[in-house]
Design a protein around this ligand. Sequence first.
Ligand code: ATP
Ligand code: MG
Length: 474
Amino acid sequence: MKFSQKLLLWTTIIIALTLGFSGYYFVNYVFETSLAREVEQALDENSILRFAFETAALNVPVKYDMLQDGSVEQIASNLEAGGQEGGRLLRICDEQRQTLYASDGFAADDVLLASAAENRYAYRVIASGGRYYIHTASSVNALGRGLFLETLRDVSQVFEERRTGFRVYRRLMLLMLLLGIMVMYFIASRLTKPIRLLMHATRRMASGDYSYRAEQVSEDELGLLTQDFNRMSEALERTIGQLEEEVQAREDFVGAFAHELKTPLTSIIGYADMLRSRKLDEEKSLLSANYIYTEGRRLETMSLRLLDIIVTKKEGAKLQRVPAAALFEYLRSMFLPNENMEFVFDYEPAYVRADGTLIQTVLVNLLDNACKASEAGSRVEIGGHCEPGGYRFSVTDHGIGIPAEEVSKITQAFYMVDKSRSRNRNGAGLGLALCTEILRLHDSRLEIASVQEEGTTVGFLLAIDGEEEAHEEE
Ligand code: ATP
Ligand code: MG
């Protein structure tokens, strides 16, 4: 059952119960009040008749010192005739509760009479022949007789009024209920509209439409729920987008990796096959073996680089306070044997927050790239300077440069601007991808500025570890 239908059902039940009970109580209250009034009047009437009887008895000529049954009948008949509209209904009984006189149609049992005592009025509401009466009884003392006087007062009208009251109220209740259901239906469907819209949005999302947002139609809790739901959908859409990008990047990586693996392997297999199937002269054999050796080395470099990337990603960086000078000195010692190039170091002393070993790897890669891009004997400048944003490392070469449209791509794994040139220089296309990964762990990134045929500057910023420096100065 729908929520709005439940709301409607329960409201209908509550309205019906409330109207039913209040109506029943009201009609019954009116009835009880009327009946109480009638009872009072019936008792008054009985009291008046009793008084009249006793007065009349005083006027009867006394024969035997006692009121005779005949006189009783006479007085009773006179009293009966004194009533309006066809007379009263009364009965007179003697001391043994035997009827002395009874009006025509006086249809009451002796239950009340049995309980009637001296100087006490008793009454009972009875039904007889489809009509309702108030049956009253009292004792009458007249001329040495202890008689009983009973009256019947027709109160069918009061009962009829109650019946009519219930009938009218039932109709009224039905009408009000119908009206109530109509109004509640309207209210329930309005109140549950946000829920319907949310349901629709949830289904759309479940079917893969993450960009769908639920319409907000109220400012209450349901409106807030819609807002939260939309916020959640936004976060979900973002996350799924990122995941999709990640999956795509991973697929691209695997594709490029397979491709990069295939080229050297094909050559190695080709040359090895040539060596084992044919007798080659010494020069060709040497050439083949050399080819197998260099391609093998390239594969080795590639696998080591890949391993580096995986390990870096997995282990993260242990950031420490590192003197920039130590990093530059390491570079100097590494590239000192390379006499083909001219290295110019220009750096300010400072302490940076870094994982020393990982940053050494970045610098070595940048310097390696600079050498590969330059002609023999050309100059490579290595710099380190303090800036408002941190400490800037930079490697500048005067080599072949990078076409503007390629700059953004060279940090992708296996991407090389000139594949044959890079391969000849034992490149695997993974160096900058590794650098990017390392710098990501340092909340930094590579900044590449290049002019083709003029040269390239690759730099990055690291946080200066000034706090401890200040501490040291103290
Ligand atoms: P690896 O570093 O894995 O041995 P690689 O040097 O080819 O191989 P990356 O360091 O990732 O790979 O560089 C990617 C490509 O970017 C290079 O192949 C080269 O084409 C280009 N490149 C990088 N640095 C420079 C530079 N300083 N000048 C010109 N081109 C560059
Ligand atoms: Mg490189």
